[in-house]
Design a protein around this ligand. Structure first.
Ligand code: ADP
Ligand code: MG
Length: 463
């Protein structure tokens, strides 16, 4: 077995001294590259593959300097933090989403995995909240489907808000300690980041008061508006009763069903799409591999590892049981492997995610729990050991690699039983610029019923 290890890039903060910063800020304030006519903005959008739908859409901005200029007047502390984090140029989703949120408009933003959506919603919210509001709690609420993603967003929010004194609270699993801390001390916070399940519990327990929430963000919005979460999301909408509530929904995938649902709860929203809708990130090299049967998958995976893989590698399977099974197979082969799914404890999950981030775990087997939003910069390869049950699941799973402009690879195994479902994935591959064999392009599309099944992720007999 050959393994070559590429160390995970640990994010290094730049050191900026005050004089240098003052000079940069002065220059930025003089920056005058903001669009002054509609045609220029239109051309710029075209160049960055930004599509906008809606009325009175604000122009995108071109550079972070523009944000510091009088046209946007970004808080110098936030500008300094951007420089410290070493973001040089905004990504297209940031260029267009930030002005829309700053203008107070509702937004539905669809942009590829790893394209910087988190900053696109955090920055305008931090800018709008300005400083702590002593007397009232929670002016912004950010919801994400898993606690791992909540923690990741909170980390980015803390980095980005350093020096603003804005108070961020993270609610994950309910514990009596949380309750004691949050309700008895009556501590006030400006921003709440949490999962739907935890928040609904907090609302019922009167642990949180959401009447002052002005900004609501649904990250991975299509997931949060999907059947599994919809009831909870609805309860959260009801608890955010302020007349001034502004909603922003972000995801890499939006089905038309979710889009119309989202439309119905928004106020004159602007919709933006970066690149092709519901496509995979173009820096991911995607491959399909026919393994014939179930046994063929294990064989193919062993072969792949023997031929040499470049860790860290993520392997997706369909269920908790499948994850446990595959883990036992690989651990006996002496591979540095771990497994993560909803049966593992909170602290096990935290430890595994941290170790994987630090490169201590080389191969991580996961269920779809880990498919959404997590930003592991170094992941070189995603293996879909079990064929994804929805197109969205395919896009999000493989989106754990090839992030922030880096290259990545994804291999999807398929068996005889998966053949009817292949075409949907082939379409995604084609849409994102991958070469696909002619015969695959000629595959029959799914019947209406199969499409519906695939969209809903109904368990198939083969699994
Ligand atoms: P998404 O939510 O679109 O999947 P993330 O917000 O998780 O993407 O960002 C992916 C990665 O890109 C993160 O590591 C983030 O730090 C980095 N990133 C975000 N904005 C920029 C930028 N303007 N320039 C460079 N890297 C960025
Ligand atoms: Mg994200």
């Amino acid at each position: 077995m050959r393994l070559t290890f590429s160390a995970q890039r640990i994010h290094k903060k730049a050191k900026i001294d005050n004089d240098e910063f003052d000079k940069k800020l002065k220059e930025a304030k003089r920056s005058n590259t903001v669009f002054d006519n509609v045609k220029e903005a239109k051309d710029f959008r075209k160049q960055h593959r930004i599509k906008v739908y809606g009325t009175d859409v604000p122009n995108p901005f071109k550079s972070f300097e523009d944000l510091a200029s009088p046209a946007y007047n970004l808080n110098p502390t936030l500008y300094k933090n951007l420089m410290t984090i070493k973001y040089n140029t905004p990504t297209p989703v940031q260029m267009q989403s930030i002005p829309i949120i700053l203008k107070g408009r509702d937004l539905m933003s669809c942009a590829p995995t790893g394209s910087g959506k988190t900053l696109a919603f955090l920055l305008p919210i931090l800018q709008d909240l300005k400083k702590p509001e002593k007397k009232i709690s929670y002016r912004a609420l950010i919801i994400a489907p898993t606690r791992e993603l909540v923690q990741q967003i909170a980390r980015e929010a803390k980095h980005l808000s350093e020096g603003t004194k804005l108070r961020i609270n993270v609610l994950t699993k309910a514990t009596s300690a949380d309750k004691a801390q949050n309700s008895e001390s009556k501590q006030k916070f400006d921003i709440l980041i949490t999962t739907p399940l935890r928040l609904v519990y907090a609302i019922k327990e009167k642990e949180v008061d959401l009447v002052n929430v002005r900004h609501m963000v649904l990250d991975e919005a299509d997931k949060l508006l999907d059947q599994g979460f919809l009831e909870q999301t609805d309860e959260i909408f009801a608890a955010c009763s302020s007349g001034k509530l502004q909603k922003s929904f972000f995801s890499a995938t939006f089905s038309s069903h979710v889009e119309s649902l989202a439309n119905s709860v928004m106020n004159n929203p602007i919709r933006i799409v970066i690149g092709a809708k519901n496509a995979a990130t173009e820096t991911i090299k995607q491959q399909l591999l026919f393994t014939g049967t179930e046994a063929g998958k294990t064989l193919a995976l062993r072969q792949l590892i023997q031929n040499g893989i470049k860790p860290p590698v993520l392997i997706f399977v369909q269920s908790v049981d499948r994850a446990k099974e595959l883990f036992h197979e690989l651990v006996f082969d002496g591979i540095n492997v771990e497994v993560i799914h909803s049966d593992r404890t909170k602290s096990q999950r935290d430890n595994i995610v941290n170790s994987f981030r630090q490169g201590k775990i080389w191969v991580l087997i996961a269920t779809d729990l880990m498919a959404r939003g997590l930003d592991f910069k170094g992941v070189n390869l995603v293996v879909n050991y079990d064929f994804p049950q929805t197109v969205a699941s395919y896009i999000h799973r493989i989106g754990r690699t090839g992030r922030a402009g880096r290259q990545g690879e994804a291999i999807t195994y398929y068996t005889q039983d998966d053949l009817p479902y292949l075409k949907s994935v082939v379409n995604v591959m084609k849409e994102s610029g991958c070469d696909v064999p002619e015969w695959m392009l000629n595959l029959k599309s799914l019947s209406h019923k199969q499409k519906k099944e695939m969209r809903r992720g109904i368990e198939r007999k083969s699994k």
